[in-house]
Design a binder for this molecule. Structure first.
Ligand SMILES: Nc1ncnc2c1ncn2[C@@H]1O[C@H](COP(=O)(O)OP(=O)(O)O)[C@@H](O)[C@H]1O
Ligand SMILES: [Mg+2]
Length: 265
């Protein structure tokens, strides 16, 4: 079997003086898959991402990234993280699209090194890939929400990201733009083999474009393919509304496409 990109085993976590936010979570994300991480607000999705990215300390359980324990992992350029907070922060800083994407390359080269022609090429092809090259000289603050997120996606791609961790990337996007963004993610996954973990609290939007679904509410309630979900013994454990929504999503999606291999366990 191909080495998983993310391997989480027996993960539990609580913030100081609070009850468990994650309890005994185990999940595997295979290379090239698109995992939709869904669940109610406060279910622990952002916390799980932050633990995987070593932004929070491990308390119990293990996490491996590209086959290495997270504590020893150093190749952070292989991972692009678009945080939930990022979307709500003030975007009025005076930076051009090109500068934002360049900053990803600079980070990799080290601040004191100049960008080479090959860096410029990577910046251009990343911006072309997300359809934003024509906007290279525009100020990021002047762009729409959807365009800004494409630029940040380009930043991650230009840095050489093989794994994208996207925390509610389509929040406050219009439905049409949201759809385009999901298609772009699907294309990146298919064409470049990029692995994507995409958080959403909106089942309907998230699950239509993923190969696998993980449903988190402190515990991992379900993780697997859409098809497996339909015959899974674990689904009845989901609470009412979540279960009904997930089930109807799974049926609709299964009816509209062929099956994909299983990875979650
Ligand atoms: N820095 C923090 N300190 C204390 N509690 C937190 C902190 N961040 C999140 N929480 C709590 O942890 C739980 C899970 O939060 P979060 O991971 O953000 O969930 P989700 O992303 O699924 O909405 C919530 O109850 C939230 O209030
Ligand atoms: Mg969150």
């Amino acid at each position: 079997m191909v080495q998983p990109v993310i391997l989480v085993n027996g993960l539990s976590f609580s913030y100081p003086a609070s009850p468990l936010v994650l309890e005994d979570v185990s999940l595997t994300v295979a290379g090239g898959s698109i995992l939709g991480l869904v669940g109610p607000n406060g279910g622990g999705k952002t916390t799980l991402l932050k633990l995987i990215l070593k932004l929070l300390p491990l308390q119990r359980g293990t996490i491996e990234l590209f086959g290495r324990p997270v504590a020893q992992f150093e190749e952070w350029h292989r991972i692009g993280y678009l945080s939930q907070k990022m979307w709500s922060s003030d975007r009025n800083f005076p930076a051009s699209v090109e500068e934002v994407v360049s900053s990803g390359r600079v980070q990799q080269r080290g601040l004191l090194r100049r960008l080479h022609a090959s860096d410029r090429q990577k910046i251009q092809s990343a911006l072309e890939r997300v359809g934003m090259w024509a906007y290279q000289h525009r100020n990021i603050a002047q762009l729409s929400v959807g365009q800004q997120r494409r630029v940040f996606l380009a930043r991650a791609l230009a840095s050489g990201a093989e794994l994208l961790m996207l925390d509610e990337p389509t929040s406050s996007m219009d439905p049409g733009i949201q759809e385009d963004f999901y298609h772009l993610l699907e294309d990146l996954s298919k064409e470049q083999g990029v692995t994507i973990v995409q958080v959403s609290h909106d089942l309907a939007g998230a699950t239509a474009h993923v190969t696998h679904v993980a449903c988190l509410n402190r515990r991992l309630l379900y993780c697997g393919t859409i098809e497996e979900g339909l015959i899974s013994d674990t689904l009845p454990q989901l609470y009412g509304e979540m279960r009904d929504t997930l089930l109807s999503e799974l049926i609709a999606i299964r009816n509209s496409r062929a099956s994909t291999p299983s990875v979650c366990g």
